[in-house]
Design a protein around this ligand. Structure first.
Ligand code: ATR
Length: 271
């Protein structure tokens, strides 16, 4: 059977083995998928060993996404622009291809929920790796404008400058942020520590939507903020997680797996 894996450190909480095993079952694809814990200084060795053991492709998670980029022989445009690789694919002549499906996972989840993208005023909070990873796929949807806002202003300005050739993107410090947005996406890591970025000057448009790329057992502080401020929807990043996995699976197997059954399974788990 063809072998796939997710490689990270830590790895025990990864939902990828469950997701991909379900994808394989639902699409009738004969494959096995495991989690591999790589030592912090041993990512390249872990990848090599997995290939020697017959690995066909792998997902890469924290903290190895940048290291994975450096290891690849070829990169997709979106991986290169994201500065990170979450999907490895070996082709028949042993070249290692790197792609990044995180942004596609977000955009496909936003579209599934009919969130506004085309001509929308989008606010992206955060300017770290997660925010960088979704900028190109978001700009490809041709929003009216995309504002990147970050606690540390110069990082947002820098990020916006890096992507300015792809669409109308600007960067600003959170304290100078002003305006009304159709869609607010939280790409900061604040939710992971139960915190909320300072959003007192942010306004959601009537019928506006919010999306937290983080997810947890209950609503994140950002989702609560959005609902209190009149958001039509305030989703967590669980759908993005399944969406990025589905895109990786499609790259490896040429088949798009169904999203809904896995989401239902995972929602049952986190509730
Ligand atoms: P990741 O890979 O998750 O993006 P990162 O590169 O460390 O991690 O970036 C974390 C992001 O969350 C940054 O944009 C950070 O803002 P700073 O650049 O100012 O540090 C943001 N962040 C983390 N905690 C935050 C908080 N409590 N309020 C606002 N922004 C926060």
């Amino acid at each position: 059977m063809d072998k796939y894996a997710v490689i990270g450190h830590p790895i025990e909480h990864s939902k990828s083995p469950l997701i991909h095993s379900e994808f394989a079952r639902l699409t009738g694809q004969p494959l096995e998928y495991h989690a591999i814990l790589a030592p912090k200084a041993g990512f390249a060795d872990a990848v090599k060993q997995f290939r020697q053991a017959g690995g066909k492709g792998a997902n890469v998670t924290l903290p190895f996404k940048e290291e994975a980029l450096a290891l690849c022989d070829e990169l997709s445009e979106r991986a290169r622009r994201a500065g990170a690789v979450n999907t490895l694919i070996w082709n028949d002549d042993e070249r290692l291809l790197g792609d990044n499906t995180d942004g596609l996972g977000l955009v496909s989840d936003l579209k599934r929920h009919a969130y506004p993208l085309r001509d929308a005023r989008i606010l992206l909070l955060g300017a770290g790796g997660v925010a960088r990873g979704v900028l190109l796929p978001l700009l490809s949807e041709r929003p009216k404008r995309l504002v990147v806002a970050n606690r540390t202003a110069h990082k947002a300005e820098r990020l916006a400058a890096d992507f300015s050739s792809f669409g109308p993107v600007t960067g600003v410090g959170l304290e100078n942020l002003d305006g009304t947005f159709d869609l607010v996406i939280n790409g900061t890591s604040a939710s992971l520590s139960g915190k909320l970025p300072d959003l007192h000057r942010v306004k959601l448009a009537e019928d506006g939507c919010a999306y937290d790329m983080a997810y947890g057992d209950s609503l994140t502080p950002f989702q609560c903020w959005a609902l209190e401020n009149g958001a039509r929807h305030a989703l967590s990043g669980l759908g993005m997680l399944v969406g990025q996995a589905a895109e990786s699976f499609a790259l490896w197997r040429g088949v798009h797996p169904p999203i809904e059954p896995i989401l239902e399974l995972l929602q049952g788990e986190v509730e």
